[in-house]
Design a binder for this molecule. Structure first.
Ligand code: NCD
Ligand code: ZN
Length: 450
């Protein structure tokens, strides 16, 4: 990643050169107030102040400025079947519309990202095609060359249970050696934590409730406890898609990074035989969902991530046991939660911490805060403009959403490195996304203050 320009200029005694100023309102020191953000020619935030002199100003009036989100968990299916209902271009376009400025792209592709050549091939697909930045995960599994992958990867992903494109999970007994070698590389590891020994026969399951019963919550609780006991203390560990408040509380006590998803927060297993709602780990019961949402809204969940995992409607209409697991979500991640803010259920700073700041710090990326030295990856939202989610108004090639009919607040404006991707809710950008890799400078520590 290029050298950070944050000290350039100041080292030489020159004032930082501000190219343009975004003026609006923002939460600063816990209060919504008028703020101006000075952005330099390379797309970094150079100043945040009440007023900044500049010839080029864009005043969004009552609009609220916030950092764009970092979604640590998406499946954009590339490389893969060209008929698949997603690729890096279509996935990052949805991210742009949804206010996600950086995605963490998972390695369970066809073929999976298990060696450095595949990772380089994947990285080569990013330039000129992606609309937001991409952090590439490499698979952490028995037999992979961890050190060689770490020279190219942004982070690792470890699967402890079978999932799409990854039928052979890693056993917890093999995990500790893998986690130890990952810790040596300094790269972070996200884990899909479900212990298959707790699964029941899934071959005759016919409902979403049955899916929950067949991959039950103790499978997650057990895998998480085991992970906590084998992970080296120096490892930057992160638990993907936590589904229950008890597990969230346990991870919080352990000071451990983890994420939860909008579908586990907003949808429960009362969906009958509709396999669009089949996902791993499963949607839980209504009371469990509410407890998780309450924990999230109390600020007890460090990260929000989509686990965007689209499948075609044809695939979802197969008999329930054969239908694939997963649902799209990168475009609706932030808009659904901005609606919770508008409804008064969720504090705006809690959302920004979970969707923007902490995921960026976990990934070692200088973004996610309205702060000098951070990238000008910014959004403007208008809380008066709420609309109901419709599959046709989204940009997913799979053309369905589990959140149809949910009210949501989509960003009006989205900037990547100070350059507009969205204006008035419409895409005006260019595919200038790039591969980003971590820089774990002090202050990017996810367990640090904030
Ligand atoms: C994901 C997919 O389809 O790639 N499916 C899912 O249900 N979440 C894989 C995964 O993250 O387990
Ligand atoms: Zn996933």
């Amino acid at each position: 990643m290029p050298a950070r320009p944050r000290t350039r200029g100041t080292d030489e005694g020159e004032p930082p050169s501000i190219e343009w100023v975004l003026a609006g309102r923002a939460y600063v020191n816990g209060r919504l107030q008028p703020v101006e953000i000075g952005i330099d020619e390379e797309g970094w935030i150079r100043r945040v102040a009440r007023h900044i002199d500049s010839d080029r100003r864009h005043d969004v009036g009552e609009g609220i400025v916030l950092p764009s989100a970092t979604d640590l968990h998406v499946h954009f299916r590339e490389p893969g079947d060209p008929e698949a209902s997603e690729d890096l271009a279509s996935g990052t376009l949805q991210a742009a519309y949804g206010g996600v400025g950086t995605v963490g792209e998972m390695p369970n592709t066809q073929p999976p990202i298990t060696d450095a050549d595949r990772l380089r091939d994947k990285a080569a697909r990013v330039a000129g095609r992606t609309h937001v930045d991409v952090l590439l995960y490499a698979a952490l599994a028995p037999g992979v060359r961890v050190a060689s992958l770490a020279r190219v990867a942004g982070a690792f992903k470890l699967y402890l249970s079978p999932t799409t494109g990854q039928p052979e999970p890693t056993r917890i007994s093999d995990a500790s050696a893998l986690l130890a070698s990952a810790a040596e590389t300094g790269l972070a590891v996200s884990v899909h934590a479900e212990e298959p020994a707790y699964f029941h026969d899934t071959s005759r399951v016919g409902t979403v409730e049955g899916w929950n019963a067949a991959r039950p919550a103790p499978a997650e609780a057990y895998a998480v406890s085991e992970l906590l006991s084998v992970a080296p203390p120096s490892l930057r560990l992160h638990i993907a898609h936590v589904t229950r408040a008890e597990v969230a509380a346990q991870l919080r006590r352990a000071g451990q990074s983890f994420e939860t998803t909008p579908h586990h927060l907003l949808l429960s297993d009362r969906k009958g035989p509709d396999a669009r709602f089949k996902v791993n780990p499963p949607l839980r019961s209504e009371p469990e969902r509410r407890e998780l949402l309450a924990a999230f809204e109390r600020g007890e969940v460090p990260c929000l991530a989509s686990d965007h995992a689209p499948h075609s409607l044809d695939a979802k209409r197969r008999p329930f046991p054969e239908a694939p697991s997963g649902m799209p979500g990168v475009e609706t991640l932030l808009p659904l939660m901005l609606q919770r803010v508008r409804d008064g259920a969720l504090a705006f700073p809690t959302l920004v911490a979970a969707a923007c700041d902490r995921p960026a710090r976990w990934a070692g990326l200088p973004q996610g805060r309205l702060a000098v030295g951070h990238r000008a990856n910014l959004l403007v939202v208008d809380f008066r403009r709420s609309r109901s989610i419709g599959a046709r108004s989204l940009h997913a090639p799979c053309s369905w959403s589990a959140f149809e009919g949910f009210p949501a607040i989509f960003p009006r404006e989205h900037y990547r490195n100070g350059e507009a991707l969205l204006l008035d809710g419409e895409y005006v950008g260019r595919p200038r996304g790039r591969v980003v890799r971590p820089d774990y400078a002090p202050g990017n520590d996810p367990t640090g203050p904030g």
